[in-house]
Design a protein around this ligand. Structure first.
Ligand code: PEP
Length: 254
């Protein structure tokens, strides 16, 4: 499986001009064969312009609402995203869970809606407290992805990507350091087992990423782990040189 690198820009940069400059710096330097291993998630309002200007880049939204239309002030639908050429969505990031009341139940509704509309869905799960045990992560994971129908001929699971992100490793949290790659490899192994119990052999097409303080210096250590199929990158995706070095790491570990 080739490695996937997702850049989550969060509430950055401040202006459309800066967003275009960042995308342009990535786009001029990324090797053409690596475009399909890279996804960028800018803020909603920049998406349309970026998707128009940089067609080779795979663009995604950091969130969305599961209904198609109606009285849902402030929300964005999957149809609107599709209309502007966006094919990827992130769901359940720990910042949305902690600060904006996202729950496993709402994450699950979003996962099912997005898969049914043929989006590629990155669902984030992980400890919200340092002492949350494996059971907490696995239970949240199972709830977040429950109810996915395995319909022949195409399994929806190839469109599902799971990002394991221990909240204490996310760079903006006080004292954050990247997780020990062997430890996250072990947790992802447990998540793969749980997915196998839910979906059998088809679960093998789900990709599992690690996220939390990934940078150019530590990416290879994490990407070389057998269970880790890629990285969800926050802070380091805002620096084009750093992000390109992470993308280039995939070539040496795939
Ligand atoms: C994230 O918040 O998804 C993330 C991984 O952030 P960082 O890389 O900055 O730790």
């Amino acid at each position: 499986m080739t490695k996937l690198i997702v850049g989550n820009w969060k509430l950055n940069p401040a202006t459309l001009n800066e967003a275009v400059a960042l995308a342009s710096a990535v786009s001029v330097s990324v090797k053409s064969e690596l475009y399909e291993q890279m996804v960028l998630l800018p803020p909603f309002v920049f998406l349309e312009e970026l998707a128009k200007k940089f067609r080779q880049i795979q663009w995604g939204a950091q969130d969305f609402f599961w209904e198609d239309k109606g009285a849902y002030t402030g929300e964005i639908s999957l149809g609107m995203l599709k209309d502007i050429g966006v094919g990827w969505v992130l769901v359940g990031h720990s910042e949305r869970r902690r600060m904006f009341g996202e729950t496993d139940e709402t994450v699950n509704k979003k996962v099912l809606a997005a898969l049914s509309q043929d989006f590629k869905v990155i669902v984030a799960v992980g400890e919200l407290q340092r002492d949350d045990g494996e059971e907490v992560i696995i239970s949240s994971f199972k709830k977040s992805i429950s109810g996915i129908k395995l319909q022949a001929p195409s399994s929806k699971l190839q469109d599902l990507i799971v990002a394991y992100e221990p909240v204490w490793a996310i760079s903006t949290n006080p004292g954050a350091v990247a997780d020990d790659p062997a430890r996250s490899n072990g947790i992802i192994g447990q998540l793969k087992l749980a997915a196998y119990e839910m979906f059998g052999d088809e679960s093998k097409s789900i990709r599992f990423l690690y996220g939390g303080s990934v940078n150019a210096a530590n990416a290879a250590g994490s990407l070389a782990q057998p269970n880790i199929d890629g990285a969800l990158v926050g802070g380091a995706s805002l620096n084009s040189d750093e992000f390109l070095r992470i993308i280039n790491t995939t070539a040496s570990v795939s």
